[in-house]
Design a protein around this ligand. Sequence first.
Ligand code: HEM
Length: 210
Amino acid sequence: MAVTGIVLVLFLVAHMLGNLKMFAGQTSFDHYAHWLREIGAPVLPGVWFLWIMRVGLLAAVLGHIAAATALARRARAARPVRYAHRRKVQGSYAARTMRWGGVIILLFVVYHLLDLTTGTLNPVGDPSRPYANVVADFAPARWYVTLFYTLAIVTVGFHLRHGLFSALRSLGQQTPRGERRARLVALLFSVALCAGYLAVPFAVLTGLVD
Ligand code: HEM
């Protein structure tokens, strides 16, 4: 769970930083997107690096789901008889929504790939013009797209907050003080990541980026 989670967090940070290049303008963002397809050249031909990254990401997502399923099965096997009176579930909202949060994020990623990678669901839909695709996506008339992205990104934030807290608690000091620190770091990290992701759609929606 932790190893695949860390790979996905590293991707999320890199992708968020890359998205912020939208504030540097069209030439800069399109150049960056173009460069993503050329990393590794001339050692690796064409878009090889991109495909190696995609296969790695897919393996991390599948591994993450497999680990979650195995953990849930183990928990059920440890208690085959259901509780007659289930006590109110303890834990934060983030902790209680991990499974459905994960499903929502997965559905969002499928939509997102059809929107900004293949261009199928995007008004411009030209993979060679990523800046124009993003601006068209979050235009004020399509406020519902910004709303959908916002909900998905907040879901990512909640998922990350609990995932990161669990990982830090496992790896760090298991004392009340260590736990408090892990909770704070996970919260700050998730809020920063959400803010970084939300900056782009809201900048387009409000006309700051066009
Ligand atoms: C407002 C937020 C976001 C924006 C503006 C955005 C923008 C983009 C763009 C422009 C691309 C296409 C890049 C290219 O083909 O050159 C892309 C690809 C992608 N994004 Fe996002 N993204 C956002 C949020 C997210 C989130 C939250 C996730 C994950 C949960 C995500 C996962 C991906 C993935 C997996 C790809 C495909 C990478 C590839 O294989 O080519 N994105 N995104």
